[in-house]
Write a protein that binds this ligand. Sequence first.
Ligand SMILES: [Ca+2]
Ligand SMILES: [Ca+2]
Ligand SMILES: [Ca+2]
Ligand SMILES: [Ca+2]
Length: 731
Amino acid sequence: MAYARGVFTFLLVVLVGILAASCLASGSTSAASNPSDVERLIKIPVEFSQPAMAEVGGLKRVDVAECKQRIEGRLCPQVPYKTVNITLPFEAQDVRLEVCNVLFNELALDVPLEVATGPVPLSDPSLFAPVANPKFDESAWFPKDWAEMRVSCGRDTSDWRLKKFVTISLYPVRYLASEMRLQSLSSAEVKVFYSLGGAGLRGKAGGEKWDLLVISPEEFADALGGFILHKNLMGLKTVLVTLEDAEANSYGHDDQEKLKHFIAQSFQDHDVRYVLAVGDADKFPVRYAEVWDNYDDYSDVTDGHVVPCDLYYADLYDAKGKFCTWDANENGVYGESSSRSPNLDEVDLMPDVLFARLPVGRTADLNLMVSHIINYELNVSDASSWFNNVILCGSVISGPDPEGEGACEQLASDIFSDYDTVKLYTTTKPFDRDGPLSDLSVIHYVSKGCGFVTYIGHGLYQGWAFGMGNYLFANALSKLTNADMLPFVSTAACETAGFDNENREHPEFPAASDCIGERFVQGIDGGAIAYVGSTRVAYGAGSASSWNYYYAAKINRLILSAHKNGYRFVGEMFLKGIQGYINTCWSPSVYDMKTVMESITFGDPSLQIGGKLEALRQPVQVGLSVPRFSYQHETVALDVSCTNSGDARDVLLAIALVSPEGDMLFYPNWQTELALVPFSLDAGFSIEGLPLASFDMSFCPKGCNTFYIMLFDPDTMSPCSNLGGSCVYIQ
Ligand SMILES: [Ca+2]
Ligand SMILES: [Ca+2]
Ligand SMILES: [Ca+2]
Ligand SMILES: [Ca+2]
């Protein structure tokens, strides 16, 4: 038999194996707990193309057409894999997997299979001493089985119920390193068994539904009155519970666990979807996970081994549907993860509520963030011209391939193909750029207003590190002048969201204040509406063309693609990012665990990026403009804008002023009695900047005082316009 030389010379078919009728099982093997439960079965036929071989640097690279990703992890063979995801009802239990009717070939290689170089820290590589993938044993087939499975519990965005997510990884190729032999799967049948005997968890009958639960220290409660009212006016049932009350009315080993139990109880009683924590690390307790990732573990120069994890408050239930303590071995140390035992504490990871934090330390910072959120919700839409701008910041990670730039190119070409992108890159080749990546260029373009900014490169607590001595330091953000044109900022970089790190003793970068992520969302003349990043050293892998498929850049891309796919709420985007990561991660390594656990959102999870969809808008659009900042002695002018794209109609106009504490006054007499002023609108009527009234701010308290405008139908008394308005921030 003659092989076509140059194509098949490297392999020799030594065996065609058929492993029929015997099934390889994994997962829970226990019988259904209730004998009356009927075991259910999902059959998945599996077929793979024959592997394509290439030689790269004297090693064999194997590709299978159906697989986009390869197994990551230092010094482990780079075999491709494919994941299949099944979503089961929450009541599903005893999920197990069998692989049957396996048909495969076996080949001998003339050179060894390519190995992964392992994750690259997005910080100083000299502090990283990675160990080889502990799952890889030269003298055994790798991976051990043709398929593996992981089950987790989380919120399903299709109906917002809790579900069991089954992630099955299929390996079309296995490798025996000591003998340089390869097995390639051509077909098999995967069977997933489960029963439906588990108890449901959906709320108490008749429990009042809460869309958004805000948990805040008592000291900020008064300053949140207007915000809570605002959220309710926007149509979200929003409830404020003080941190002190939540802890007092709950139970647990420490404050963090009490808060988590409180959130879980609120979910069970009120079907809470969004949870907003108010307070910086010293105001709202932080759950630290114990992660030994071989990066600076024994010192605290940059990373250490304790990782702040807000995901702890979002991941309420585990694969069994039980409260997920993040401390399965009950030693009082949470989220323990290392190379040898990546998930010692059986952390589920999959979020069950949509959690984010306003990392504020002072009432003045909170007032500012609240004013940003309110103004964004009242005034921003995807029709706002500036929202269409996107700034992509990419930088070389370890080179020579420009990984960050390549990752940005991919985002520009698919996720942001309908936007006007500005590409700020460190390198000039091979990708065209609109400008060099520097603090000046970032400040310049963000100040013009944009909907999104994303940064893929190196980072540290106090800045984005572009290489060659170039940084965007947190202090430079005070130069931003984008006012209310606030972008959603996401990053795939180290430490930039390390909100607990205020280390004045740091040998290299003494941090006298908050991290750059916090500074972005607390800017006065400009900044961001939300910031997503990592709290400690983060990781990447691959090349310019594959960087977006691994670690931090993978979550970043998933978050942004969620928005493109219609998930516009900050919390939804983050949830889809984490879910997407876990759904392709059947067997998380310490690097996967850390990547997911250290991802954090600063901002309001119930805020829609790009505002409400145009399609949901009313035919009459109204708005109010007022000065952004004022002083207590000043009189401010209220300018109205109105566009009627429908028929002529009579309307009733309501204008209200809401104080930071949530007290309400009504135009025209500015009394507490609701007053409605009749108006007639012509068809096609449109006006901008109509001076309607002025208001003496003398008795308005400091903080965000919001004017609202809305039109009502006089016959039905139902709204016939959007809710417009703006807030005046009294300094
Ligand atoms: Ca570390
Ligand atoms: Ca533990
Ligand atoms: Ca979960
Ligand atoms: Ca902080």
